[in-house]
Design a binder for this molecule. Structure first.
Ligand code: ADP
Ligand code: NA
Length: 327
């Protein structure tokens, strides 16, 4: 069975972008892949953080992932398994500054004030490469924003193999969903939906109540034209395109199917239908997350068992990498 690895930062509650770009595929891939899913708390401290929030949000995110259908034995948190840090350091020494300089996500996150960001934020793609390769995973279900980082991971694997004179690390294939691979903010069609956006109105999170979902969709930014009757009509209409893409992904239809139904109408009826659809699909996830959160000890023991399994898989691989570099 092909091994799959993917991770999510436990900084805040997973949102609709995480769900459509990644989490939904995680759950679906479990049936025919050997899956390893990780709460990447070491990535969460690349930006300013609060320790108590991080601890609480790690448990909350775990509950949320279990509620989306992730099997308990496949889930753990990164900092509990030392393979990540050990291989991450080796990769810091394999990766090139020139490669990291090209990463657009660093530029987006650091903005104009580069000098004041953590060194961790800069080298985080090296750690991400280690996350995947410590498991010899070959498929990585991620959103479109991670494509460049997967390419970098392949460059690192190739350089390591070349320098050590052995084909030790496999090549990785990003698995990016065909629809809604990049869900945009509900407030600004040019920005991706993100946990780090200060506006809570910009994203639907998996624990939102039906009322919160309906309100956020009703207030979602749009233009004032009617919906077009075909996909070409969405060009230069980022907000409209985003809502139609979300609808299509949630209902497993194409955007053309959706526009065949709603084209020519104003946004009112479409937004009502979209809110209903989101409530129908995400409501059960919110209910199950709340139920799981009532027993934190259970979540802690799930993560502990997941870490034991993750250690069993990654330890021999990282020990071999350490032997190859001369440790
Ligand atoms: P965030 O960027 O919100 O902090 P993470 O970095 O934890 O989210 O990403 C977790 C997963 O969710 C990754 O696979 C990422 O590609 C995916 N993802 C994040 N934001 C979006 C989005 N707006 N649309 C689609 N996928 C996304
Ligand atoms: Na991200």
């Amino acid at each position: 069975m092909q091994r799959v690895f993917s991770g999510i930062q436990p900084t805040g509650i997973p949102h609709l972008g995480n769900y459509l770009g990644a989490l939904r595929n995680w759950a679906a891939m479990q049936a025919d892949h050997d899956c390893v899913f990780c709460l990447v708390d070491m990535h969460s401290i690349t930006m300013p953080w609060n320790p108590e929030d991080l601890r609480r949000q790690t448990l909350g995110s775990a509950a949320c992932l279990l509620a989306t259908g992730i099997e308990p034995t496949r889930l753990y948190n990164q900092s509990a398994v030392s393979a990540h840090a050990r291989l991450g350091w080796i990769f810091n020494c394999v990766s090139r500054l020139g490669w990291l300089n090209r990463m657009t996500q660093f530029k987006d996150k650091a903005g104009k004030n580069r000098e004041n960001h953590s060194a961790g934020l800069y080298v985080y793609p090296n750690l991400m490469a280690a996350d995947i390769l410590a498991f010899h995973a070959t498929r990585v279900p991620v959103g479109d924003d991670q494509k460049q980082h997967i390419e970098l991971a392949n460059d690192i694997a190739q350089k390591f193999n070349h320098d050590m004179g052995t084909e030790f690390f496999p090549q990785i294939e990003a698995f990016i969903p065909p629809a809604a691979a990049r869900v945009m903010s509900l407030r600004d069609g040019t920005k991706k939906m993100s946990k780090s956006d200060p506006s809570e109105q910009s994203r639907i999170v998996l624990t939102d109540t039906p009322d919160e979902i309906a309100l956020k969709i009703r207030r979602a930014k749009t233009d004032s034209d009617a919906l077009p009757s075909d996909v070409e009509g969405l060009e230069d209409r980022a907000e409209a395109r985003n809502l139609v893409a979300i609808y299509a992904a949630m209902s497993d239809e194409t955007m053309s199917d959706v526009l065949a139904r709603f084209g020519g109408q104003g946004f009112g009826p479409f937004k009502n239908a979209l809110a209903d659809l989101l409530v129908e699909k995400l409501g059960p996830v919110a209910t199950e997350t709340a139920r799981l959160m009532q027993n934190e000890d259970h979540i802690i023991s799930v993560l502990r068992a997941g870490a034991d399994r993750a250690r069993e898989i990654s330890e021999p691989i990282v020990q071999e990498a350490e032997r190859l570099v001369g440790f």
